[in-house]
Design a protein. Structure first.
Length: 527
């Protein structure tokens, strides 16, 4: 027992060290440019607090209030305490540092997920906790999202608080664990509105445990306590969500749009498949199979303590009903398959050892399977960090654009370029068809700028035939002035050796000077 304690503790510490390093290495990605389209919300929200000398955010988009407040506190520490100047003054002098601070906060929260995974796994056994810590440390989507000042990693961490608290509740139903879970739900909502899905898991666990213990009235008492706890904690975290209900409703309505280029039209079943395929391609066939095995074993063992682990699956089912789909929305969904994989891997190993002790190949098979799973995840994470560390095409092309005299005034730009680095502009708003060719909608334009980060979206469905025709016309009618090529995203298959090989090749391409980001094309407008 003492040997397992020491080994599992060392594994968890190693996972935290490796995972934390992977999450920090690429946080300077793109700086001084801000290249991510969603990071402005947290940065500008924190600056707004500093300018108004307030702790009540005025932005409600996701709503990001937890991250905004954390960034505001960190900005104040950096500017006022370390440099002795107000936050707005320090930001005006060096805005990139403040974006970096917000990213580092996400990296810290992403590292905390590794610790939480270990604590959740330890509710089964120490080895399960160690396995969970390793999987969370090197899972590529977690590594990638931990580099951005966005809500997905904070939401996943808050969801893990709910899971762990509910596991304690399953072991011993009581108000303390129930209120901790409620606090986790409140944090989730203050981070991102879909965090309210976690409340559904509280309801499921409370009802199941009350039925098991033949205490149906507990559903009412504990249910009321959970609801009151969520409301009270949410009001404590961000009272403005209650005092400015109009702003909240307007933000939710805006975010609930049903159309977005390249991210709509799949339907509920299509969205379910989109997220499931996303996990399979990254995790690989072996880890996916082990995760399914973990679910089966938990059911066969009647391990009610595993019920809260299904929160990610619940999020998958409910969030897939939303019209849009984005890779980053899957971050909280991935909690379930990874946690169940930790359970499945360890208990399958023990089961085979107890059932077939004479099987001499058990250790060898375990080593091979473990090596393939870990190599797949580790190689994918290294390639992810390599892409972030590589020079982005938008940074690389900025000086070239200046040398060619390309400016916002004389160009038609679809965004994700050196001129508009962190968002789309959409060409159909600034060009038009005239005499069978595409021409600028405004006078004085000399260049058309195309970016793969936007126009690749229009090759995902047949309904974008008009947009594709527009791009084809530009490429056929105007001479190409400049191309900035990038290392293409590797194609995953879910087969571990293939994924490892392509990840190594991608990392090598960046090590040899390949650019990350968007492939850029500049066309000169001729009469």
């Amino acid at each position: 027992m003492r040997g397992w304690f020491r080994a599992s503790t060392l594994v968890v510490l190693g996972a935290v060290l490796v995972g934390g390093t992977l999450r920090v290495l690429g946080t300077s990605w793109g700086l001084p440019l801000g290249l991510h389209p969603d990071e402005w919300t947290i940065v500008q929200g924190a600056l707004d607090l500093a300018q108004r000398n307030s702790f009540e955010p005025s932005l409600f988009l996701r709503p990001d209030h937890v991250e905004i407040k954390l960034s505001f506190l960190a900005y104040t520490l950096y500017a006022v305490i370390l440099h002795g100047v107000p936050v707005p003054v320090a930001y005006a002098d060096d805005p990139a540092t403040f974006l970096l601070i917000s990213r580092l906060i996400t990296a810290v929260l992403g590292t905390a997920m590794i610790v939480m995974a270990a604590l959740i796994g330890r509710r089964f056994s120490r080895p399960v906790g160690a396995i969970a810590a390793v999987l969370f440390a090197i899972f590529p989507p977690f590594v990638l999202s931990s580099h951005y000042a966005t809500p997905d990693i904070p939401l996943a961490l808050a969801s893990m608080i709910v899971i762990l608290a509910l596991m304690y509740y399953v072991s011993k139903p009581g108000y303390v664990s129930l209120l901790v879970a409620s606090a986790g739900v409140s944090l989730s909502i203050a981070i991102k509105y879909p965090g309210a899905i976690s409340a559904t898991m509280i309801a499921i666990v409370v009802v199941v445990l009350a039925i098991r213990d033949r205490r149906p009235l507990r559903i009412l008492s504990h249910g009321a306590a959970a609801i009151a706890g969520v409301v009270a904690f949410l009001f404590t975290i961000s009272p403005v969500l209650f005092t400015n209900v109009t702003g909240v409703i307007a933000a939710i309505q805006k975010e609930a749009r049903t159309e977005h280029s390249g991210a709509d039209g799949l339907g509920w079943g299509g969205n379910l498949l989109f997220y499931a395929e996303g996990f399979f391609l990254v995790a690989g066939v072996l880890l996916t199979a082990i995760s399914i095995l973990g679910v089966v074993l938990a059911i066969r063992m009647r391990a009610l303590v595993a019920l809260p682990l299904a929160l990610g699956f619940l999020t998958w089912v409910i969030l897939s009903a939303v019209a849009l789909h984005w890779d980053r929305w899957a971050i909280p969904m991935y909690l379930s398959p990874l946690l169940f994989a930790s359970v499945g891997g360890w208990y399958a190993y023990r089961f085979v050892g107890q059932r077939y002790p004479e099987w001499r190949w058990r250790r060898l098979v375990t080593i091979i399977v473990s090596a393939l799973v870990l190599l797949n995840l580790a190689a994918g994470s290294v390639a992810t960090v390599a892409r972030l560390l590589a020079t982005d095409s938008r940074n690389e092309a900025a000086q070239t654009f200046a040398d060619l005299g390309i400016t916002p005034d004389n160009s038609v730009d679809e965004g994700y370029s050196p001129l508009v680095p962190n968002g789309p502009m959409y060409l159909d708003d600034v060009v038009k068809w005239e005499d069978g060719r595409i021409v600028p909608a405004y006078e004085g334009k000399k260049f058309i700028l195309l970016s793969s980060c936007l126009h690749d979206r229009f090759w995902t469905a047949e309904k974008y035939a008009d947009e594709r025709a527009m791009y084809d016309a530009i490429r056929s009618d105007y001479p190409l002035e400049l191309t900035v090529e990038t290392v293409p995203a590797r194609q995953r298959t879910g087969i571990e050796p293939w994924n490892v090989a392509t990840a190594i090749a991608e990392t090598a391409a960046f090590a040899n000077g390949g650019l990350g980001g968007c492939t850029l094309e500049v066309y000169r407008i001729t009469d």
